[in-house]
Design a binder for this molecule. Structure first.
Ligand code: NAD
Length: 256
């Protein structure tokens, strides 16, 4: 029997087979979980549907997390199919490309709000609509980055959004502990994905990992997936409100 046998949950944030959410999905599936997937729009559906089907996912739903109606509809469909769920993976972020390229002082009001809405507020909204379905012992996991706590060149408005996301994890964890629901974040090292391609000077972030991370390399999608499995399973039954680094130890180095 796998660690996640009998558990069901929903994964927001698979865009393709490079996505961190896909690394998490593979680990959860291998551990026996049943998975629902969401995709942002029709053009991504073409990529997400075959991936989800390869893990025998019975529920593949469209959801733009900028819309409360779409989040509500998504959880209503999950409730209709399953009644309850055990976990939620929130692996979603967005900022305008130009806001990650230009100096931080040039961030537009709209760009700031957009990054905050999709990358931070959406965790609060998703959690709100997930709550009525969550079983006792349920677990919610989101994805962060070191730019939340350090001024990382090129990360700019996304760093501000990640700081809000990490604070949201603590407030959600504090509120939901009573209901025996845990909320945590994994702060991952740089991994080549669609979202990462928008981050300024991404190559040099990987090079810094090779030079300075205690493990002398960046991490893989699979390694993030394995840590996610810990948080989403009963192995982490006593852990909530944690921002857990999966970055080869980079966050502890002076250069970081
Ligand atoms: P990705 O591009 O594969 O995933 C980002 C996902 O966000 C995509 O599936 C995209 O469709 C989704 N998304 C964007 N706007 C959305 C919206 N309005 N509604 C619903 N979904 C939306 O890239 P990734 O690197 O796997 O990113 C996943 C998470 O990991 C993000 O939160 C990202 O900030 C975080 N992260 C990434 C890295 C990295 O180096 N790749 C490092 C640390 C943290």
């Amino acid at each position: 029997m796998g660690l996640m046998a009998g558990k069901r949950g929903i994964i927001f944030g698979v865009a393709n087979d490079m996505s961190i959410a896909w690394g998490i999905a593979q680990q959860l599936h291998a551990a026996g979980a049943t998975l629902a997937f969401t995709y942002l729009n029709e053009s991504l559906e073409k990529r997400v549907r075959p991936l989800a089907e390869s893990l025998q996912s019975p529920l593949i739903l469209q959801c733009d997390v900028a819309s409360d109606e779409q989040i509500a509809r998504t959880f209503a469909e999950v409730q209709k199919a399953w009644g309850t769920i055990d976990f939620v993976v929130h692996s979603v972020a967005f900022a305008n490309r130009e806001d990650l390229k230009q100096p931080f002082t040039q961030t537009s009001r709209e760009g700031f709000m957009l990054a905050m809405d999709i990358s931070a507020y959406s965790l609060v909204a998703v959690t709100r609509y997930a709550l009525p379905l969550m079983n006792e012992g349920g677990s919610i996991l989101t994805m962060s980055y070191l730019g939340a706590v350090r001024a990382i060149p090129g990360y700019n408005v996304m760093g501000v959004a990640k700081a809000a996301l990490e604070a949201s994890v603590r407030y959600l964890a504090a509120e939901l502990g009573e209901k025996k629901i845990r909320v945590n974040a994994v702060s991952a090292g740089p991994i080549r994905t669609l979202a990462a391609s928008a981050v300024g000077d991404f190559k040099s972030k990987i090079k810094l990992m090779d030079d300075f991370a205690p493990l002398r390399r960046t991490v893989t999608q699979e390694e993030v997936g394995k840590s996610a499995l810990y948080f989403l399973s009963d192995l982490a039954s006593g852990v909530t409100g944690e921002i857990h680094y999966v970055d080869g130890g980079f966050n502890i180095t002076v250069s970081a």
